[in-house]
Design a protein around this ligand. Structure first.
Ligand code: FAD
Length: 567
């Protein structure tokens, strides 16, 4: 067992993790940073971000407008103090990454271009064609190379967080290359391990996005907030789920039903296809349920068409990647044919509960990006409001962790807990011979989440899901991992991921059962209205040996009282 000691430890090499690493290194030139990632950083999901990064750059736009759009988009569940801070700290991140070489798309006059996005009342999404994540990630990764105190630990799979006496003690990780357990100790820690989009089968997410950070923190005692809010993006391409960016609609694309008609005027008469994602996804599902979906060459799957034919002249410059994706994966020429789409799981609004300075309940542990709920997205995130969150709060987390590290020391290692985790992995999990195939369990879990915990939810469906998760949990106790080797054992790490996914699915399902109202992405057919009297509050889930405990905390309201949400 190897023990690595660095001043600051970051889990995750996505946009939030890389931004935090740079901030920490810049903020204090004496500290070392360990960036621990199960993937090479440039394989993180952030690289797949397509459409844009919202920021107030135009003098005609304002912080209050961006904040109000975000609060209304969240169906009033966002904490407004966090939102007000967020909109103010985002613009400098656009200019900073610009100075570091990010090729933001520009207007003829040389100014950074901005495009419209769902639920935004001003076109404020900056973008680099439809490859925004790719370019921002390249920029951040290159910038990291400037600091020889940022040390990359690539392909280290973190399995647990050890908390001792109420403080951060260590992380345990499997070094994929050697199969050895490695312990990381630091003075401070940042969670930036991304979301949990792969809890579902029809998802825009990379297969690596399995909620590890949420589950690791939860098991160690950190509460998760608002997990029942899972975003469904209207335009996941059939049958793969690959994302067709919202920018396709903000550039003018239409949604068309099986009768060849646009339908958004019936659901969001002002914003039409540019309404927030929860509203557009529901509209598509209502059309499909009413028998007005499209049936075609994709088996039994009923879908909606995305029509870009009338904006064919824009595709090459503004939407090159999705044009390419439609061609490569579906042999569709977007200039002359429509693209088949359906709502696909796209974002986890919930996550580790952190305060507006990214601090968790445990001193010295911080968090940023999709791994956490600050909470600026509440019940529904607006498009283009995540990459900017990763940049802005990644920066805050890096500074906070550096400040903590400069006045604290590395604690004595709790070897007993490390040994116990070692036994868990090698003796308990790897040697288990129950006969259940973990990959089948993951398939069943994802299919169940798609069926019962999707765009529309009901008490009956959610109770079926709860029963389903108990069965899956029991089967998980009887898995057999067929590959018994130690090096690059993806069977083993996937089995650990499935354990994480089961814990998170349980918090999502139970949070959804308890929330007897409809708000943002959480739509209960049996409680179709928002209920501010009983449910204008955050769900906080805490791990306990006798099962998860649910608590509720108030929403911070500064300027914007809850109002009907129409677009
Ligand atoms: C297809 C797609 C397009 C999108 N487009 C946009 C957009 O245009 N605009 C926008 O604002 N948002 C967009 N989003 C959302 C946005 O990209 C993500 O929310 C954001 O990039 C998440 O960044 P992150 O740093 O939090 O996590 P990620 O980029 O997911 O990175 C997570 C990191 O954690 C590491 N990790 C995870 N588990 C472990 C473990 N057990 N051990 C060690 N390391 C671990 C991974 O290796 C990875 O490096 C899009 C999302 C998708 C899926």
């Amino acid at each position: 067992m190897e023990v690595v000691r660095e001043d600051i430890i970051i889990i995750g090499g996505g946009m939030a993790g890389l931004r935090a690493a740079i901030a920490a290194a810049e903020h204090n030139s004496t500290l070392s940073v360990a960036l621990v990632s199960k993937l090479y950083p440039l394989r993180s999901h952030s690289v797949a971000a397509e459409g844009g990064t919202g920021a107030v750059l135009d003098p005609k736009d304002s912080y209050d407008l961006h904040a109000f759009d975000t609060v209304k988009g969240s169906d009033y569940l966002a904490d407004q103090d966090a939102v007000e801070k967020f909109v103010r700290i985002v613009p400098e991140q656009i200019y900073t990454t610009d100075h570091w070489g990010c090729p933001w798309s520009r207007n003829a006059d040389g100014m950074i271009s901005q495009r419209d996005f769902g639920g935004m009342s001003f076109p404020r999404a900056t973008f680099a064609a439809d490859k925004t994540g790719f370019h921002v990630m390249q920029t951040l990764f290159s910038r990291c190379q400037k600091y020889d105190r940022i040390h990359f630990y690539n392909e280290f799979f973190v399995t647990s967080l050890i908390v001792d006496g109420g403080s951060f003690n260590a992380l345990t990780a499997i070094h994929m290359k050697t199969g050895e357990l490695t312990v990381f100790q630091g003075k401070s820690l940042i969670f930036a391990a991304g979301g949990a989009g792969r809890l579902y089968k029809f998802s825009t997410y990379s297969h690596s996005v399995t909620g590890d950070g949420d589950a690791i923190a939860f098991r160690a005692g950190l509460p998760l907030k608002d997990m029942e809010f899972v975003q469904f993006h209207p335009t996941g391409m059939i049958p793969s789920g690959i994302l067709i960016t919202e920018a396709a609609r903000s550039e003018g694309g239409y949604l068309v039903n099986g009768e060849g008609k646009r339908f958004m005027q019936n659901y969001a008469p002002t914003r039409l296809e540019k309404a927030p994602r929860d509203i557009v996804s529901r509209a598509m599902m209502w059309e499909i349920e009413a028998g007005r979906g499209v049936k075609g060459k994709y088996g039994d799957v009923v879908y909606i068409n995305l029509d870009l034919r009338h904006i064919a002249d824009l595709l090459e410059e503004r939407l090159p990647m999705i044009t390419d994706i439609a061609k490569k994966f579906n042999d569709i020429d977007a200039a002359t044919e429509m693209i088949p789409v359906r709502p696909a799981t796209h974002y986890t609004m919930g996550g580790i509960s952190v305060g507006i300075n990214t601090e968790t309940e445990i001193g010295g542990i911080f968090g940023a990006g999709e791994n956490v709920a600050i909470s600026i997205h509440g019940a529904n995130r607006l498009g283009s409001n995540s990459t900017n969150e990763c940049l802005a709060f990644g920066n805050v987390a890096g500074i906070m962790a550096a400040d903590w590290a400069s006045s604290h020391s590395i604690p004595a290692l709790n070897l007993e807990k490390v040994k116990s985790e070692e036994r868990n992995i090698w003796d308990n999990l790897l040697k288990r011979e129950g006969g259940e195939n973990p990959w089948d369990i993951a398939d069943n879990l994802q299919e169940m989440m798609d069926s019962y915990v999707g765009v529309f939810r009901t008490e009956q469906g959610l109770l079926s899901a709860l029963k389903g998760i108990r069965d899956i949990e029991a089967r998980y106790k009887n898995i057999s991992i067929s590959d018994k080797s130690s090096k690059f054992n993806i069977d083993l790490t996937h089995a650990i991921e499935i354990g994480f996914m089961i814990d998170l699915a349980d918090t999502i399902i139970r949070g959804a059962i308890n929330r007897k109202e409809s708000r943002g992405s959480h739509f209960r057919k049996d409680f179709p209205e928002r209920d501010d009297v009983n449910f204008l509050k955050h769900t906080v889930a805490r791990f306990s040996a006798d099962g998860t405990r649910f608590e509720y905390t108030p929403v911070v309201i500064t300027k914007w009282k809850p109002a009907p949400r129409v677009y």
